[in-house]
Design a protein around this ligand. Sequence first.
Ligand code: MD3
Ligand code: FE
Length: 201
Amino acid sequence: MRPSLNLRGMQVYKDMLDRDAQLALVEDVRTIAKQAPFVTPVTPSGKAMSVKMTSAGRFGWVTDGQGYRYAQSHPNGTPWPVIPPSVLGIWTTVAGVDRPPECCLVNYYGTDAKMGMHQDRDEANFEMPVVSVSLGDDALFRVGHETRGGKTESVWLQSGDVVVMGGQARLLYHGIDRLKPNSSTLLAKGGRINLTLRVVT
Ligand code: MD3
Ligand code: FE
């Protein structure tokens, strides 16, 4: 498969997943959330984030008074659900590495949610890419440089798009500025789900 767009080394596969595949993934997310409910993360400075999060896989992403980290159980003490086969299949198709993902972070954005510019650098091996799957409303994704500041570029991510951040793109600052409300009919209540797959160790 060939990316439809390359933005600073970030490979965007537009519309990789058809409607049925997207609906099946939403069902998979519901199953994950039954075992590992969405939580509202709190930043180290004590502010609630507008995104709700849960995870699947050996590791999940947790935030609390201690800060952010990968953990092997949900804050409720139960192990994370397994990463659904459909999600592993997406990784195998686009990641181009011989290791499976160890974390599937599930981010839910309500209409007013956003994610500030940040780097993903809590993983041990930056040669392993990050793969992201967008479901639901369109989101304005912004990408910068390996250090804060400088000129940024933006792209609208739509439901069914898959993005691979590997190589030179792996440590770029990035964030989600805003959603386009009601741009998708995939989620009855609107908003956006993003699945982010990572090798952690
Ligand atoms: C570019 N999530 O969970 S996914 C995150 O849409 C995160 O929920 C956003 O950033 C979201 O950390 C963006 C696309 C993404 C993920 C990781 C990256 C882009 C990236 C790592 C390096 C560069
Ligand atoms: Fe990120």
